[in-house]
Design a protein around this ligand. Structure first.
Ligand SMILES: [Zn+2]
Length: 200
């Protein structure tokens, strides 16, 4: 069951995997990112955080001093929840993965962009393992999208993610899905993420 806070709701399954959707609320919502994060998490017993506030009022994927009306309170709450979920994880000896789900527009030459801020917020090993397994899982779902990783001109992961990296065991991957994929192939994406994250 989701726990409701002021700016986020979260699910604590004592898991080593967290799937979140920080830009899920209107206006300027990234459509279906909440549905993707919630389904992947609830169906597999992962942790989950979904925003309850629009990025026009507080952007959870920006630093605490970003100039928006509720930025300070919302970002503080988000970080508190992130820490609590990490503390409560079952397997302290295994890598922890925080997958943050976003949506981008169509027509930029990629269907999926994966960013780890050039591996500053994720170990290269976890990043490689994720990308390989995700590519294979998408193919097994009948999709063959163009995937770009740490594309320096686009979505390489927001630098503020480094503020969420608690220690060396904490890995963050930002993933951007095109509108077309989110709208038309949501089920396939959810299945492919499920297959991939079970392997991590
Ligand atoms: Zn976003």
């Amino acid at each position: 069951m989701f726990v409701e806070k002021d700016f986020v709701k979260f699910l604590d399954n004592n898991s080593n995997i967290l799937v979140d959707a920080p830009h899920s609320q209107p206006p300027e919502r990234e459509f279906y990112t909440d549905e993707i994060a919630e389904k992947v998490a609830t169906e597999n017993g992962f942790n989950c955080i979904v925003s309850k506030i629009s990025r026009t009022e507080a952007d959870l994927n920006r630093s605490i001093n970003y100039n928006l009306p509720y930025q300070q309170e919302a970002r503080t709450e988000y970080i508190e929840v992130i820490k609590k979920l990490y503390e409560n994880r079952k397997h302290k000896d295994k890598p922890y993965l925080h997958l943050t789900v976003h949506g981008m527009r169509d027509g930029y030459g990629a269907d999926i962009e994966i960013g780890t801020v050039f591996d500053r917020v994720c170990s290269p090993q976890v990043r490689k393992q994720f990308v390989k397994a995700f590519r294979e899982s998408l193919i097994s779902e009948g999709l063959n999208p163009i995937i770009k990783v740490n594309n320096r001109y686009r979505f390489y992961g927001h630098p503020s993610l480094s503020e969420l990296k608690i220690d060396d065991n904490y890995n963050i991957i930002q993933i951007e899905f095109s509108k077309n994929l989110r709208q038309t192939y949501r089920g396939e994406i959810i299945n492919a993420l499920t297959k991939t994250l079970k392997l991590i």
